[in-house]
Design a protein around this ligand. Structure first.
Ligand code: ZN
Length: 271
């Protein structure tokens, strides 16, 4: 889908058609950092092949925004690179990686033949709140802003460029995925994220965007939590709540499961 786009000084993004996913690149002197590794070795090797358009330098650092399979199942292909992620990313991958593999193969038949070879290879460098990594003389900042799309999402900033990689805390062109989310915590996390956006924000999926997009999506995520509270208090029936969707660009039905997840969190069923 259009090749590499330089969104800041030697910072690139490429949109892959599968899941309309963004992969980020930071080029340092003689070293390369990759943000997220896609769903299979085949897909990860496609990143490496495409990288040859930008640099001959090896990938020495990988950053996993979070542990969903489409962001981490390609990790192994980048070894011996160091792989960074939130400490919760390791726990999540150990808990869900093998357990979900058969379901992923069922739900995404185009991946089925390529999934068996995947060795689930979690980050070996972890942190809880903030960390910074060096790649070829450049500093890259990692931050965990709180629970949201998962309990371990991180954002990646590249000082001096105004670029922020948001992982799936933001998604452009779809309603964000709430299946492993914390809908009552996500608004605060999304607002904190929006405050960090300077020039360009790269969502996990869909076109890269700006501060206004981040503000708008944070407000919609807040709206979902607010709507769930009204359902939870008995003020509004779930079916009626759908019609007040804070994501009006999409069919009301698309927020049914996000609302159900929020209701489960309200009832204390999620941790
Ligand atoms: Zn995700």
């Amino acid at each position: 889908m259009g090749g590499w786009v330089e969104i800041g000084d030697r910072v690139f993004v490429r949109r892959y058609a599968f899941f309309d996913q963004n992969i980020g690149i930071v080029l340092g002197d003689g070293e390369t950092l990759v943000i997220d590794t896609r769903s299979t070795y085949v897909q990860a090797r496609e990143i490496l092949a495409d990288l040859r358009e930008l640099t001959a330098s090896p990938v020495t650092v990988v950053v996993d925004t979070h542990g969903h399979f489409d962001h981490v199942f390609g990790n192994r292909v980048f070894r011996p690179a160091t792989i960074w992620g939130h400490e919760g990313c390791v726990t999540f991958m150990e808990r869900t990686g093998e357990a979900r593999r058969p379901r992923i193969a069922r739900e995404e038949p185009t991946l089925a033949a390529d999934l068996p070879e995947v060795v689930i290879d979690p980050p070996d460098r972890t942190f809880a709140e903030t960390a910074h990594v060096e790649v070829g003389g450049r500093r890259v900042e990692l931050r965990h802003l709180g629970r949201g799309h998962t309990d371990h999402d991180i954002v990646i900033g590249v000082p001096g460029t105004g670029v922020l990689f948001a992982g799936d805390l933001l998604e452009n062109g779809v309603v964000p995925f709430f299946g492993d989310g914390y809908p009552l915590d996500w608004p605060e996390t999304a607002y904190r994220l929006a405050e960090l956006v300077r020039t360009v924000v790269v969502p996990g999926h869909g076109e890269h965007a700006d501060r206004a997009f981040a503000d708008e999506q944070a407000a919609a995520i807040w709206g979902l939590a607010a709507l769930a509270r009204r359902v939870g208090s008995g003020e509004l029936a779930l079916d009626d709540a759908l019609l007040e969707t804070p994501f009006p660009a999409y069919p009301p039905e698309t927020i049914r499961r996000p609302l159900q997840r929020a209701l489960a969190q309200l009832r204390g069923e999620i941790r």
